[in-house]
Design a protein around this ligand. Structure first.
Ligand SMILES: Cc1ncc(COP(=O)(O)O)c(C=O)c1O
Length: 390
């Protein structure tokens, strides 16, 4: 049972997980589960990865925290590594995805004011998810996330996802717009992959309008979709990119990266965080990033994602409840023709952890180093659960 000492914002949770190893977790009753959620796209390297565990233990035994009043070697090394990988110029470290997006929103506002726009506005998408702070929940395109928290923050304009014409219309009508903030694949919104031309098209409009092109890669980065950052599937650089989730393999850390157009906007005193980029989080981040690169986990995510889509397609062929199987890399969805939150418990009873988002979308976010044998077990168990139904 969930303790009554906790606020009820997560509702009642049924399982108590006590141990993890690679793609597997155990509950307090000793039951073992194949983890196809990875802490919602966080533990990309799997649970208790020895390289990350050692980095955390070594750093904790040396210096966990000292604040940003001081230089932090691990922070600088991780920043330089991420800048090298991303092709961007500078970054700010946060503790979460929402905070990384807050930094992006603040950059956009600074950019707007630098152009003498008093009420700068950011285009955000319907069906999006950007976090739970007041600015990021306002940016989120989901009424349920807003409900009860009004008044919302000013300065956001909403457009339909995957619709370039809508953005062009806003460009004509609203001269306060200074940026676009978009997930390259909508995650919480149901693993919505846009048309191939959408992100390059947005890049082009942002160039024409002198807007910042800002990608929320909280869920899609750190190898998840088959490249380190999702935009690396394309031939452009964004102006701002946010990352978090898989960056620390379970240790809270996020970052807001900026290219030339936005990298110099922050000045001493304009932003900060007590914990952001502390030695412990950055040691975990550095170990995670190096492991993703050294173990070719982006490439593995791409090929294992293709394999999973293929196998799910075969096993679920002719299954009437299945509307679509989609995704990129190891950010996958099986969409059903009916709300299916009830399948989460049914899958857990069979030893498989899945997540349902957007009511009828089974979301799969397994570890980036999932083996073929584990992938086969995932497909078999999930297909059984879907075929048995609710
Ligand atoms: C695309 C995206 N942005 C932002 C967030 C918020 O991240 P956090 O929960 O770490 O604040 C999430 C979390 O699910 C996300 O998927």
């Amino acid at each position: 049972m969930t303790s009554s000492a906790l606020m009820n914002n997560y509702g009642t949770r049924k399982l108590t997980l006590t141990k993890g190893d690679g793609s597997w977790v155990w509950d307090d009753q000793g039951n073992r589960y194949l983890d196809a959620i990875s802490g919602i796209a966080v533990c990309g390297l799997g649970h208790a990865h020895p390289t990350v565990t050692k980095a955390i233990a070594d750093q904790a035994a040396t210096l966990s925290h000292c604040s940003n009043l001081f230089n932090i070697k691990a922070q600088e090394t991780l920043a330089e590594r991420l800048i090298d990988i991303s092709g961007l110029s500078k970054l700010f470290f946060s503790n979460s995805g929402a905070e990384a997006n807050e930094a992006a929103i603040k950059l956009a506002r600074l950019f707007g004011h630098s152009k003498d726009i008093d009420e700068p506005a950011i285009i955000v998408m319907q069906n999006s998810f950007h976090g739970r702070t007041l600015a990021t929940l306002t940016a989120t395109g989901n009424r349920k996330v807003h409900a009860g928290f009004e008044p919302l923050v000013r300065g956001f304009v909403r457009a339909p996802f995957n619709d370039l014409e809508a953005i062009k219309t806003i460009a004509t009508n609203n001269k306060n717009v200074i940026a676009v903030l978009v997930e390259p694949i909508q995650g919480e919104g149901g693993i919505r992959v846009p048309d191939e031309g959408y992100l390059p098209g947005l890049r082009q409009i942002c160039d024409e309008q002198d807007w910042l092109f800002m990608l929320d890669e909280i869920q899609t980065s750190n190898g998840r979709t088959g490249r380190y950052f999702n935009y690396q599937h394309y031939d452009f650089l964004p102006d701002v990119v946010t990352t978090a989730k898989g960056l620390g393999n379970g240790v809270p850390i996020g970052a807001c990266l900026a290219g030339e157009k936005a990298a110099e906007l922050m000045q001493p005193g304009s932003h900060g965080s007590t914990f952001g980029g502390n030695p412990l989080a950055c040691a975990a981040g550095l170990a995670t990033v190096e492991t993703i690169i050294n173990e070719n986990l982006c490439e593995k995510a791409e090929s294992m994602g293709n394999y999973l889509q293929q196998q799910l397609g075969k096993q679920l062929e002719g299954c009437e409840s299945v509307v679509d199987i989609r995704g990129q890399g190891l950010m996958l969805a099986v969409e059903l023709n009916t709300p299916c939150a009830g399948l989460v418990d049914k899958a857990a009873k069979k030893g498989l952890l899945i997540n349902v988002t957007a009511e009828s979308v089974i979301r799969l976010l397994p570890t980036l180093n999932l083996t073929t044998d584990e992938a086969d077990q995932l497909v078999n168990l999930l297909s059984e659960v879907i075929k048995q139904g609710l």
